[in-house]
Write a protein that binds this ligand. Structure first.
Ligand code: NAD
Ligand code: LMR
Length: 334
């Protein structure tokens, strides 16, 4: 009798663990649609919830015909729809917000995207306070602190569950190096630290297979300003969407793998970090080991050379301002 109920309990908790609802806020956008497609193809996702201020149910109906096991549901653009979309989510991805046009910096998006992210964060804090929140909307260096402030104000902030998605910088660094060196990108793992805009993006080539690149201004600039290449080429029609969808899907998959108990899953991401707190910088992207609870361990930056030390100094200066801007926004516009 006792054995039977124990086995039953174990079976139940195993199946409960496998239920992973993933919500995309901004699901009908340039990133949202291909990201949702990739999530529909991920067997770890059991329920896919799609929300947007327009078009969520249409994208959901379309994706729901793909013959993978997960269920897909689109939600109406109402407060109730938003609450239901996030309720019970293991992971919430936020690509909602406007993208850049040529000539703009990511910081130029702040005025529009800060309030979008604040309002979505309020809904997540209320209906899914334990979800892992993956912020894609720019400027990431400021939108992530915005989410923290909203969660803090609601008394539900857990630093282990809040991530700014910087995976695209890592993806780009790997690809650009492979192009320069004629290698396979899968063999090129480049640590990228700092934040997600211009000089706050710091690739650490001294720690890679190609330490000679650590003072190669051209490739460093390409990693730091890779987003601009796409913005320019799209010529007013937006910024990176397809590569970002792949990067976002990779980050979500890593989080789900760690939730499922896999050990040693490491993804660089922009999290509340002790690394530069003594300089007043609360958030920093470095390699983060993931666990069932979200952030399990934040890796130090490690050894850097003189050129990278200079890059890091410039990054920290901008990062501090970007983070403060997000915090101040919520203080003034709660
Ligand atoms: P997009 O305009 O194509 O899509 C944005 C979507 O968000 C739209 O469908 C829109 O209806 C929706 N939206 C707007 N307000 C909303 C709200 N309050 N609730 C729900 N949905 C809302 O833009 P995109 O190309 O998908 O880019 C989205 C954001 O991602 C931009 O801010 C962009 O800068 C950023 N981005 C970040 C990275 C990164 O590496 N972190 C990479 C690329 C783009
Ligand atoms: C990127 O890096 O591609 C994104 O942050 C979008 C942008 O504005 O460049």
């Amino acid at each position: 009798m006792f054995m039977a109920s124990r086995i039953q309990r174990r079976a139940f908790s195993a199946s409960a663990r496998q239920l992973s609802k993933v919500t995309v806020l901004g699901a009908a956008g340039g990133i949202g649609q291909p990201l949702s497609l990739l999530l529909k193809l991920n067997p770890k996702v059991t329920d896919l919830a799609l929300y947007d201020i327009r078009g969520g149910p249409g994208v959901a109906a379309d994706l729901s015909h793909i013959n993978t096991k997960s269920t897909v549901k689109g939600y109406e653009p109402t407060p109730e729809g938003l609450a239901a979309a996030v309720k019970g989510a293991e992971v919430v991805l936020i690509p909602a917000g406007v993208p850049r046009k040529p000539g703009m910096t990511r910081d130029d998006l702040f005025n529009t995207n800060a309030s979008i992210v604040r309002d979505l964060a309020k809904a997540v804090a209320k209906s899914a306070p334990e979800a892992k929140v993956l912020v894609i909307a720019n400027p990431v260096n400021s939108t992530v602190p915005i989410v923290r402030e909203v969660f803090k104000a609601q008394g539900v902030y857990n630093p282990k569950t809040l991530f700014g998605v910087t995976t695209l910088d890592v993806v780009r660094a790997s690809r650009f190096v492979s192009e320069a060196k004629g290698t396979d990108p899968k063999d090129e793992e480049i640590t990228v630290v700092g934040g997600h805009s211009g000089v706050t993006i710091v690739p650490l080539f001294s720690q890679s297979n190609h330490p000679d690149l650590s003072s190669n201004a051209e490739i460093i600039k390409r990693v730091q300003f890779g987003g601009d290449e796409v913005v320019k080429a799209k010529d007013g029609a937006g910024s990176a969407t397809l590569s970002m969808a792949q990067a976002g899907a990779r980050m979500a998959d890593s989080v789900l793998r760690a939730v499922g108990g896999e050990k040693g899953v490491v993804e660089p991401s922009f999290v509340e970090s002790p690394l530069y707190k003594d300089q007043g910088i609360d958030f920093f992207s470095s390699k983060v080991e993931l666990g069932p609870e979200g952030v399990a361990q934040i890796h130090p930056v490690g050894q850097v050379d003189a050129a990278e030390t200079t890059l890091l100094e410039a990054a920290l200066k901008d990062l501090k301002k970007n983070i403060e801007k997000g915090v101040e926004f919520v203080a003034k516009n709660p």
